[in-house]
Ligand binder design. Sequence first.
Ligand code: TYD
Length: 209
Amino acid sequence: MSSAPGPGLFVAFEGGDGAGKSTQVELLAGWLRDQGREVVVTRQPGGTALGQQLRDLVLHGGHMSPRAEALIFAADKAQHVAEVIAPALARGAVVITDRYTDSSVAYQGAGRDLGHAEVHDLQMWAVGDLMPDVTVVVDITAEEGRRRRDEVHDRMESEDDGFHEAVRSHFLAMARGAPARYLVVDGTAAPEQIHGAILDGLASRGVLA
Ligand code: TYD
């Protein structure tokens, strides 16, 4: 199942904590706006009013079971698709999201060990099977991610390198499994260089036409 209700373009950015996704999201959004496209930039968890509450709960709340955690991330995505992503795609906008369903498959499925197939099914149910046209994975090692985070900000960041390496490996495995839908870029390159690689990759997949 792929993509957009309507004529829009849906791009997701994924990667470990500290990979530099947000910078790349902004650079790509700016480039597309310069081309005259309407661009909606959003992030998960937290792209809606309900999502902000869920974000506080899941990233800054107390202990919770891995399944409760997975369900909160799924609820955030369900709301996000219904309220922000689907309407924007339907009117022809480009939607760029900082994280999407693959984050849950990697963090809850592989990192928390809930099983990636189960978490994938839960996520697909939550988003009504809406998949990005392309997913950009900004890749860095767990060690590099830790080095870049000056301090621990939330429950996920406080996990050890083993957790973050499992997350990273799973992002890379998903990309290997569907190379036409994924673009992996080296997160240790200079931001402008990464941006260039992303534009090249998107152009070669025919999604910038
Ligand atoms: P955030 O502050 O948005 O940071 P980042 O800049 O790394 O995206 O943190 C979101 C955290 O939540 C991040 O550690 C990844 C995690 N996460 C999940 O575990 N599952 C999910 O489904 C999503 C969307 C995020």
